[in-house]
Design a protein around this ligand. Structure first.
Ligand SMILES: [Zn+2]
Length: 253
């Protein structure tokens, strides 16, 4: 996978940023593009690509540092930089979700189980909207009030969609945006009909499993880890490595 990308960019002929031919070498061995005027080091590019490959495979920063004989801090900073690029990429997605939408909130981090509507015990409250057979959108919210959730729904979904939620009171006025279907959690867990939120619950499991793998994520970094999960989930059928390369490396070296 790396080799395919390498052939294009490691020879130092094709520009990493604008895809044009016409690079020349500077005295310090970096290459500069005569079209877009950007310059970079091919040696550093090779290193970054290798770090990205471990990131893609979900190898920890610690293990990657060991494998590559690099300082842990260097790899961790790179990983965080990748996550920030991914978050930027996710946040520019302007297309609204529509069709059959499942919505739910979940609590990330901390040891104690969160209490909905009351204090979240130092947890991050995440609100998620999942388009069936499509994308998921997540956002860390300050609370699960009607005002907070309805604002997100209004910004991120198309009117006329079908909304599936549980019976939480903040969703009570959803009918103003489209059809609202309230599921009954305990009774209908294995319901065969459409009335469920199994999709978004599946995403929570997916994301939480990964959160547990990284012990002690700093709370400030939660949004970036969350967007990484969103990105991986939404592109699960794509060539994720190539997409990561475009998102994380080509936009910033
Ligand atoms: Zn260029």
């Amino acid at each position: 996978m790396i080799r395919g990308i390498a052939r294009k960019f490691f020879e130092g002929k094709k520009c990493l940023f604008c895809d044009n031919y016409g690079l020349y070498r500077l005295a310090d061995k970096r290459v500069k593009c005569k079209h877009c005027n950007k310059y970079y080091s091919i040696k550093k590019l090779k290193r970054d690509l290798k770090i990205l490959y471990y990131f893609y495979l979900e190898v920890s920063a610690k293990k990657t540092a060991g494998e590559m004989n690099l300082d842990y801090g260097v790899v961790h900073r790179k990983f965080m930089q990748f996550r920030k690029s991914i978050a930027d990429y996710c946040n520019t997605e302007a297309k609204k979700l529509n069709g059959k939408l499942e919505m739910d909130e979940s609590y990330f981090g901390g040891k104690r189980k969160g209490n909905r509507g009351r204090g979240a015990n130092n947890k991050a409250i995440v609100f998620g909207i999942l388009e069936r057979k499509g994308r998921v959108h997540t956002v860390i919210v300050p609370n699960v009030s009607k005002e907070t959730l309805m604002k997100e729904i209004e910004n991120k979904t198309l009117k006329g969609s079908v909304f599936y939620t549980d019976g939480w009171k903040s969703y009570n006025s959803l009918h103003q945006f489209g059809k609202h279907s309230v599921i009954k959690h305990s009774e209908d867990e294995f319901a065969k009909d459409d009335n469920h939120i199994n999709g978004i619950e599946g995403f929570w499991s997916y994301a939480k499993e990964r959160f547990h793998k990284y012990h002690g994520i700093k709370k400030n970094n939660y949004p970036f880890y969350l967007k990484e999960m969103e990105f991986r989930f939404n592109n699960r059928n794509e060539s994720v490595f190539n997409l990561l390369f475009d998102t994380c490396v080509r936009r910033r070296v």
